[in-house]
Design a protein around this ligand. Structure first.
Ligand SMILES: C[S@@+](CC[C@H](N)C(=O)[O-])C[C@H]1O[C@@H](n2cnc3c(N)ncnc32)[C@H](O)[C@@H]1O
Length: 454
């Protein structure tokens, strides 16, 4: 959906207008994110020249961006009937399949794009991503390697190869190679700061924490206001940890994550926090009655929505990252989405919810007291809070900010924070939430009730 208000009325198509000029305007509006205007102009082109393949193709892309993926696919397929050797159209059709999780169909489209244009780097890149998503790792590695051979100056190619090597590392040598890839990606394109963040993460995986800290220090020297190196320097133990991740850090990280959401999601197939938490909650709820008011707290791209929907009369998602909210909106399933900081949002919702559900979000909070107190007051009497956080080992009451950038809590900290917020019927299980660097990450799976009658 367009972030820009529509305040410019596009000219209606004059009978004599040149469709090419209107198409050019449509493409400019589309690139600028003015989707309302772009959609109208593509339709104007199609009125002027029925079946114009470029207008159909890009209107198809736009329909998908607006959540109308089936319509988008039909339009691109129609365009391809007219211009069957159009690599961009095959590539964009592949992207729709990929984002809808149909990796086999996406692969076929990318291969067609490459058959039409063997130097189509994006198609090669996308082919590698969907092969990886299908766990065909050797083929994926070959596809990334082909990309780097064909486009040795393509920073994103090195970045993706680095991510592949680290995510599927079979030995420390692969992680070391990822370090080289991220360094090259950053050297080729200094705007690629995600390569720097990933470089720090690989160094951390190699236990070279001081080098990781130096990457963040250098970055901070160049960009003193940048929230990511500020947070990550603290995560490496080289600066004082904040009591929770700063709002600008969360926005920066997750807006960027939302951009590459499909790519990241595909690689984190082992992410299970939503399912694990929903199963634990399901044991406490009588049935999927569709009668509850539910808050998905830190909803991200909306992965939890289909798990919560059967219980919900009203399902609200709240998240600090506008990019993630936008993805959740496209995915659908919520009655309402709010871009807001969680504690502040909860404080403004007294006794509004039957369930507050938070998967993998309180890992960005160190001190849990304030947010759990706010969650308690946002629940109705007898309502349930369900959340996951990562495990810090030990019997003491402790919070660690890990070099991953996420906080870890000991069981005792979670118990104390829940009881001081006023919860009862507390249960804290543990389960694997995801993998990091090939290793399972264990989390606390916590459930607690606002005491009935209170
Ligand atoms: C790892 S994602 C999890 C998203 C989703 N719950 C899921 O399981 O897929 C964490 C989300 O928490 C959000 N978040 C972190 N701190 C927040 C805060 N203080 N207020 C609101 N949202 C926050 C981030 O923007 C991000 O979307």
């Amino acid at each position: 959906m367009s972030k820009h208000p529509v305040n410019v009325r596009a000219r209606p198509p004059a009978a004599t207008a040149d469709y090419r000029a209107v198409l050019k305007q449509a493409l400019q509006s589309h690139q600028a994110g003015d989707l309302d205007i772009a959609e109208r102009l593509y339709n104007d082109v199609l009125e002027l020249r029925a079946g114009q393949p470029d207008a159909m193709h890009y209107l198809g892309v736009l329909c998908h961006q607006r959540g109308r993926s089936d319509e988008g696919m039909r339009l691109i397929e129609a365009a391809l009937k007219i211009t069957p050797r159009h690599p961009d159209a095959h590539n964009n059709l592949g992207n729709i399949h990929k984002e809808c999780g149909r990796f086999g169909d996406a692969e076929r489209c990318y291969r067609k794009a490459l058959a039409c244009g063997p130097q189509h780097y994006n198609a090669q890149n996308n082919l590698a991503v969907v092969l990886e998503a299908q766990e065909r790792l050797e083929e994926a590695f070959e596809a990334y390697a082909t990309l780097l051979r064909q486009a040795p100056k393509f920073a994103q190619g090195y970045y993706l190869m680095g991510m592949f090597l680290r995510n599927h590392a079979q030995s420390m040598e692969h992680v070391e190679q990822s370090v080289e890839c991220f360094r090259t990606a950053y050297a080729l394109d200094a705007r690629n700061v995600r390569a720097l963040e990933s470089l720090g993460m690989s160094l951390y995986a190699l236990h070279r924490l001081e080098e990781a800290a130096q990457v963040y220090r250098d970055w901070l020297a160049r960009e003193p206001e940048h929230p990511v190196p500020r947070h990550m320097l603290a995560a490496c133990g080289a600066a004082e940890a904040p009591s929770r991740a700063a709002d600008d850090y969360v926005r920066e990280v997750f807006d960027a994550f939302a951009e590459s959401f499909d790519e990241q999601l595909l690689k984190n197939l082992n992410y299970r926090a939503p399912q694990v938490l929903a199963e634990a909650l399901g044991e406490r709820l009588p049935s999927a009655s569709g009668e509850l008011d539910i808050l998905d707290a830190g909803c991200g791209t909306g992965l939890c929505a289909p798990l919560l929907r059967p219980y919900a009369r009203r399902l609200v998602g709240v998240d600090l990252s506008g990019g993630m909210i936008e993805k959740a909106r496209l995915r659908g399933g919520y009655d309402e989405l709010q871009e807001a900081e969680l504690t502040g949002y909860l404080q403004a919702q007294p006794s509004a919810y039957d369930i507050v559900f938070s998967a993998d979000t309180l890992v960005y909070f160190g001190e849990l007291q304030a947010v759990l107190h706010a969650a308690h007051d946002a629940l109705r009497s007898g309502g349930w809070l369900a959340f996951t956080v990562e495990v810090a080992q030990g019997e003491d009451e402790r919070i660690d900010l890990s070099p991953s950038g996420r906080y870890q809590h000991t069981r005792r900290h979670v118990e104390r924070a829940l009881s001081s917020a006023g919860f009862s019927r507390v249960s804290i299980g543990h389960d694997t939430l995801r993998k990091e660097g090939g290793q399972p990450v264990t989390g606390w799976v916590a459930l607690a009730q606002r005491t009935p009658g209170h």
